[in-house]
Design a protein around this ligand. Structure first.
Ligand code: B12
Ligand code: SF4
Ligand code: SF4
Length: 391
């Protein structure tokens, strides 16, 4: 058996669903595209994605000296939605984050693979998943593992966008695979499906500053007001552009570790999430990708989702969040209350609650959010009085 076949077999034994090989050349076009995105500000506030990181991430030799081959590996991640029961207001977690943290799953599989490459085949090997300095999508496209879709996702035949990627650079010489000759053609479903217009009209370019996934996972600050109402029920990540994709839809299946064990993993009731302090958050999301958002960022997302899909039964929970220790949470709780009032009414009680909080508030930005919420609640009351439907 030759080295190519053996590495393929080892990777399959470890549990990877797809295995392809790429050469070690610099990813020139991807480097230029990513540097341009960086210069234009489209990468938003991802502090670690510096020009230096991009240069390294597009040169496999910088990742591992004397790299001859990069092995691209994919795991399927499309578990069906669990059944939701009861009538509580629920949020939505992106599919990749509903089970075990995929970084941990990849890490242990990659460790086994690199060990086997070193010990059995005598090559040096270094692995990465997601956060390491290698741009995985352009590399996977070079290896023919899939092609770059208009959503910017790598679409793998049979799986569509529902694959997570990892890579192993090695000093072993292995014949590379050829890129696929496939494209999205005239399809533009993801561009239309994206609630915030984050994907450029012609596709292939994403503006992270508009992306729900960026804001709910990576942004540590306030979510821009102009975007909040477009977030729907997403509280961690977003799959709208993936869900709309006809490639491989419904066929992908999932690695067992990514299958949610309960409906709460995928669609948690929102009000109870607002009760979590740091300890409870760490406990509930131990070993899960959701940890990445941090407790304050996650509760901020929950307040936004409640503003979008909540009702008068959720006011009590938002009232609690209005007194949270984190300004980030208090400010978004005020916004959430205003939005519930806009749709369902809030009445004098909500005005009183907001005014009391405003009087005690020490943070300027939170004060501003409360004042804006008060304008919304008062306006709703005025209109209700005018048309005789006071709530
Ligand atoms: C930063 C990052 C993000 C950012 C920015 C994403 C983006 N599209 O730019 C945010 C936080 C928004 C994000 C969101 C998501 N991400 Co992300 N993310 C990354 C990360 C760490 C780096 C990607 C990056 O550098 N982006 C910058 C852009 C410019 O580069 P790029 O997308 O890698 O490559 C583009 C350019 O190179 C260009 N290009 C390449 N060749 C050429 C040639 C020419 C001529 C031109 C013009 C352009 C061009 O096109 C490529 C594709 O758009 C990678 C992991 C990694 N190390 O690569 C995961 C990764 C891309 N993310 C992943 C996932 C799963 C997601 C989400 C689905 C999570 C979710 N459910 O919420 C969303 C999807 C959003 C989307 N539509 O892309 C997977 C994607 C798997 C796949 N099948 O594609 C990856 C590979 C992680 C992994 N290990 O599996 N992500
Ligand atoms: S992840 Fe959501 S917000 Fe981001 S590009 Fe896709 S559909 Fe748009
Ligand atoms: S939805 Fe259509 S355009 Fe978008 S990535 Fe999938 S196939 Fe391509």
């Amino acid at each position: 058996m030759n080295t190519r076949q053996r590495v393929n077999e080892l990777a399959r034994d470890v549990g990877f669903d797809l295995v392809r090989f790429a050469g070690p050349e610099i990813l020139g076009e991807a480097r230029a595209a990513t540097l341009e995105a960086h210069a234009d500000g489209r990468l938003a506030d991802l502090g670690w994605m510096t020009e230096d990181w991009i240069e390294r991430a597009t040169d496999p030799q910088k990742f591992l000296a004397d790299t001859k081959t990069v092995v691209l590996l994919a795991i399927a991640g499309h578990a069906p939605d669990p059944v939701q029961q009861g009538d509580r207001t629920r949020g939505r977690v992106a599919r990749y984050a509903r089970g075990r943290d995929y970084h941990r799953v990849f890490e242990s599989m990659l460790r086994r693979l690199t060990k086997a490459i070193r010990e059995e085949l005598g090559g040096e090997a270094r692995a990465t998943v997601d956060y390491g300095p290698l741009l995985e999508r352009p590399l996977a496209a070079r290896a023919g593992l899939g092609w770059l879709g208009k959503s910017t996702m790598l679409l793998a035949p049979g799986f569509g966008p529902w694959v997570l990627l990892g890579a192993v650079a090695t000093t072993l010489s292995i014949r590379p695979d050829a890129p696929l000759r496939k494209s999205c053609g005239t399809c533009e479903r993801c561009v239309v499906a994206c609630p915030t217009g984050a994907i450029a009209p012609d596709g292939g370019v994403l503006d992270s500053r508009l992306c729900i996934s960026y804001h709910t996972i990576e942004n540590r600050k306030a979510i821009p007001r102009s975007l909040r109402s477009k977030f729907g029920d997403w509280i961690f990540g977003c799959d709208d552009c993936l869900d709309s994709c006809p490639v491989g839809s419904g066929n992908a299946g999932s690695h067992s570790d990514f299958v949610p064990s309960t409906a709460e993993d995928a669609f948690p009731p929102l009000a109870e999430l607002l009760e979590m302090d740091d300890v409870a958050f760490r406990e509930r999301y131990r070993g899960r990708a959701v940890q990445r958002a941090t407790r304050d960022g996650f509760l901020r997302n929950v307040c936004v989702a409640l503003g979008n899909v909540g009702n008068l039964d959720d006011v009590e929970a938002l009232k609690g969040a209005l007194g949270d220790g984190a300004a980030l949470v208090r400010g978004h709780a005020a916004w959430g209350l205003g939005e519930i009032a806009r749709r369902h009414g809030g009445g004098g009680e909500m005005i009183e609650m907001l005014e009391r909080r405003l009087a005690a508030e020490g943070d300027g930005w939170v004060g501003e959010e409360i004042e804006r919420a008060l304008v919304v609640v008062r306006e709703h009351m005025r209109q209700s009085l005018e048309d005789g439907s006071v709530s």
